[in-house]
Write a protein that binds this ligand. Structure first.
Ligand code: PLP
Length: 357
């Protein structure tokens, strides 16, 4: 089936085939990948390789650490301010949807949060232009969600500011090239573009590790995990392993640049279909459109329900939109094939013909 779900997303078949072999017996050891000690030389090699491949593919400079954590991207909503926002200081958050709103709520437990832009009034259809807001002087960081999974919006470029950027890239990490050096910290849950749920990757500039207050518990300090190469406690071994296999696939595809071109092509095909008439309406304003999640509506809620059900019968699953937007959403992460997108576009054309408004 073609999996249009917003998460967990489709994983590359070669990575899954390799995992199927390694689950039973990793390289003839007589132990499966989930059964090996995380301190064994075999697993340490897997973790190191995963980290170095991720660094290579995203062009992450040497003064950044890469951490494999648990607790999902949602735990980063509090870990970021816990580690980077000292009491009495201010951070700036752009409110571009559900995931930024949750992060704002958590950050307010730790310091002052300034929200100079909110897209709430128009149901998060549009991302801010640089002229829409100013970042208050002295802010510790400017927080943004690079791709808003629910509303189908994505920053095509990042704010130019002297303040360091912190980004939730859960739904577009590794889908395009990014200027890592402009960020103090980037985090992403793995389950859309990187691998299975269960591991969250954090990229953090090493000079930020010492900012943390003494009162922060050991497990919630980035420094704890950085000092121990993410092996302070048992890491999510299988998830880290599978991320490694997914990264090998990305490299074999030609790296992030090639993946980016393919993602552009996939998104273009669907948006062209949407823009070809009045039947389908995109939720996001064209300048804010996401290449990962295409949220759209049909003329009526009844037609939308019929569309989702008819698509599922043809093995295109997960096209129902999030409840806060309604309508439909096609999530087309890295491993989602162009062929699946062509299938959807042909189905959209047919459905429109057979179900006039
Ligand atoms: N941030 C974004 C942009 C997301 O899309 C999601 C989940 O879809 C999350 C955070 C939450 O991730 P998790 O379920 O790993 O906590």
């Amino acid at each position: 089936a073609f999996n249009f779900n917003a998460g967990p997303g489709t994983l590359p078949v070669p990575a899954l085939q390799q995992a199927a072999r390694d689950i039973l017996d990793y390289q003839g050891l007589g132990l499966g990948i989930m059964e090996m000690s995380h301190r064994s030389k075999e697993f340490m090699a897997i973790a190191e390789q995963t980290e170095s491949l991720f660094r290579e593919l995203l062009g992450i400079p040497n003064n950044y650490r890469i951490l494999f954590l648990q607790g999902g991207a949602s735990s980063q909503f509090f870990m970021v301010p816990m580690n980077l926002l000292a009491p009495g200081t201010t951070a700036c958050y752009l409110n571009t949807g559900t995931w930024s709103a949750k992060a704002i709520k958590e950050a307010r437990r730790f310091g002052t949060v300034d929200v100079p832009f909110s897209g709430e009034a128009d149901n998060f259809r549009r991302l801010p232009e640089p002229t829409d807001y100013t970042v208050a002087h002295g802010c510790q960081y400017l927080y943004l969600v690079s791709n808003n999974t629910i509303f189908g919006t994505q920053f095509s470029s990042f704010p130019e500011t002297d303040v360091m950027l912190v980004a939730d890239m859960s739904s577009d990490i590794l889908s395009r090239r990014i200027p890592v050096e402009r960020f103090g910290l980037i985090f992403a849950g793995a389950q859309k573009n990187l691998g299975p749920a269960g591991v969250t990757i954090v990229i953090v500039r090493d000079d930020l590790l010492d900012r943390v207050a003494d009162s922060v518990p050991t497990m919630l300090r980035y420094k704890t995990h950085a000092d121990k190469q993410s092996m302070y406690n048992t890491p999510p071994c299988f998830a880290v392993y599978l991320v490694g296999e997914v990264l090998k696939w990305v490299k074999a595809q030609g790296g992030v640049e090639a993946i980016e071109q393919r993602n552009e092509e996939k998104a273009r095909l669907i948006y062209e279909m949407i823009d070809s008439g009045d039947y389908y309406r995109g939720h996001a304003e064209p300048s804010s459109r996401s290449r990962m999640n295409v949220a759209f509506n049909l003329p009526t809620a009844e037609l939308e329900a019929k569309f989702v059900a008819a698509a599922a019968k043809q093995k295109m699953i997960g096209l129902k939109g999030h409840r806060s937007v309604g309508g439909c959403r096609a999530s087309i992460y890295n491993a989602f094939p162009v062929e699946g997108v062509r299938h959807l576009v042909a189905f959209m054309q047919r459905f429109e013909r057979e179900n006039p408004a």
